[in-house]
Design a protein around this ligand. Structure first.
Ligand code: AHR
Length: 501
């Protein structure tokens, strides 16, 4: 029996809803087919957006959506995606499969989608192949409420009122697909480009995000911050609200990656141990950020994360389409618990990508749609959004696994208290084979009523279009309330939520 101590009175920070954010890229079948089918499609839609997908996404309360990339962002020229659709320029999506991008989903469509989803907006600008003027005019087009060339153009295109940009990314992966820049060069470009990301409206103060490191590239973080803050005049303070971090889990490394559905126990533990590595990345990049920003006013923005496996057989390798199993559910549960626990520094995180690509929450095939195991984890974890993280401590247990280098703890957790006073405890059992007994004790709370939910199955279990409900969120009943707390038996391969009053 493992003990979990919860001090529901000790608040450790606030969990920004944006930690549960998503990412939509012009990549494979994410935008086209997955989210947008066009007004004339036979698939039920509202203004071109798939009704089934929008409804499912609303149910997980997605707080923010990033768009249009990714690597695509630094090749995207926003003016190609406005105006009458038949006149929009067609381009080649060189990064992702070399297919024709007809630009039928552009700025107006993105804001329509966010409106239907009821979420905040995160627009990613083009530094790699775009100009300062282009970026500056995009912001003017979207947010300016007066008479100006760009605001007038927006009105000509049918939108009178400006929209709101909550977050603006100044480039993406500029160390790689976004221009192969050095950190010093990028940081100077960042200083210049962000100057022209203007706040046109006092009620739309745009949060500007600087392009951060890939995985453990601490040199990038150090040098970008050093250059960005070198000799910055007082009046230019506030030039950065966030610094991004990208981290993907590839069980067999970047080249081989590994199958999404056919794997053994060793690959299971390797994947989960790599997902747990997120904690070290946050700590180390966070320590560097502390040097420049001890007050933690700059958010760490983990705007790409997830499992990245080998593409499904028979699909376009450039589309990065992959299935999603119970292993993904665990990887998501672990990552979200880590991010919750670092909510003092991490202010947003975006799973890649929302539909039909990497660790997607939804997969579609023609008019059919399925929810993945990862979807169900986001559904359970939604209670953490906007809640307060509270202190929790799990008694240490023997590490488990099959290889020395990839041992993991059997259980992992995070705990929050919502505005309604309900305590949300999310616990993962990482073992492939073993149930674990857990005893949860509280500082003062005497649990009067407990509701619990679970996502579980064998390690490769997943949903298909033929069998869409193999993995689903279910009520969890294997617990009892005692005088001292809650006693539970967590099955192997499980993600569990307790809601305690
Ligand atoms: O998510 C796929 C790609 O991974 C993104 O476009 C890019 O930013 C990252 O390298």
């Amino acid at each position: 029996m493992v003990k979990l101590y919860v001090n529901e009175k000790e608040k450790k920070g606030h969990i920004n809803p944006e930690l549960y954010g998503h990412f939509s890229e012009h990549l494979g079948r994410c935008i086209y087919e997955g989210l947008y089918v066009g007004e004339d499609s036979e698939i039920p839609n509202k203004n071109g957006m798939r009704t089934d997908v929008v409804e499912a996404l609303r149910a997980i309360e997605i707080p923010v959506l990033r768009w249009p990339g990714g690597c695509f962002a630094d090749e995207y020229h926003w003016k190609d995606g406005i105006g009458p659709k038949e006149k929009r320029k067609k381009m080649v999506n060189t990064h992702w499969g070399g297919v024709v991008e007809d630009n039928s989903f552009g700025t107006h469509e993105f804001f329509e989608l966010c409106d239907q989803l009821g979420c905040k907006t995160y627009v990613n600008g083009n530094v790699g192949s775009g100009t300062v003027q282009e970026m500056s005019e995009w912001v003017e087009y979207i947010t300016f409420d007066g008479m100006s060339p760009m605001a007038d153009l927006r009105k000509e295109n049918g939108r009178e009122k400006p929209w709101k940009i909550d977050y603006f990314g100044v480039g993406n992966e500029n160390w790689g697909c976004g221009g192969n820049m050095t950190p010093q060069y990028y940081a100077n470009e960042y200083r210049r480009y962000q100057t022209y990301v203007r706040n046109y409206h006092p009620e739309n103060l745009i949060k500007k995000i600087c392009g951060g490191a890939n995985v453990a590239d601490y040199y990038w973080t150090k040098e970008v911050l050093k250059t960005a803050f070198d000799n910055v005049p007082e009046c230019a303070h506030g030039l950065m609200d966030g610094l991004s971090l990208h981290y993907y889990v590839h069980p067999e490394g970047w080249q081989i990656k590994g199958s999404a559905t056919q794997f053994d126990d060793a690959a299971w533990y390797k994947t989960l141990s790599k997902a747990l590595y997120m904690e070290e990345l946050i700590n180390k990049h966070g320590t560097i950020m502390d040097e420049y920003d001890p007050e933690k006013t700059i958010g760490m923005i983990v705007d790409e994360w997830g499992c990245w496996f080998t593409v499904e057989e028979g699909t376009n390798p450039g589309f990065l389409y992959q299935q999603n199993t119970i292993r993904d559910a665990l990887a998501a549960g672990l990552t979200l618990n880590i991010i919750n626990k670092h909510c003092d520094r991490v202010k947003m995180a975006n799973l890649a990508q929302m539909v039909n690509v990497l660790q997607s929450v939804i997969l579609t095939e023609g008019p059919k749609m399925i929810l993945t195991p990862t979807y169900h984890v986001f559904h359970m974890y939604r209670y953490h959004q906007d809640a307060d993280l509270v202190a929790s401590h799990l008694e240490e247990t023997e590490p488990i696994g099959t290889e020395e280098a990839y041992m993991v703890p059997q259980l992992q957790e995070s705990v929050s208290v919502g505005a309604d006073g309900i305590v949300n405890i999310t616990v993962n059992n990482l073992s492939v084979t073993d149930e674990k007994e857990l005893f949860i004790s509280f500082m003062e709370l005497k649990p009067a009523s407990v509701e619990a939910f679970i996502v579980t199955g064998n390690m490769t279990a997943h949903n298909t279009f033929e069998e869409p409900d193999t993995v689903k969120e279910e009520k969890f009943e294997a617990f009892e309330i005692t005088e001292q707390g809650i006693k539970a038996a967590l099955p192997p391969c499980s993600v569990v939520l307790f809601r305690v009053k």
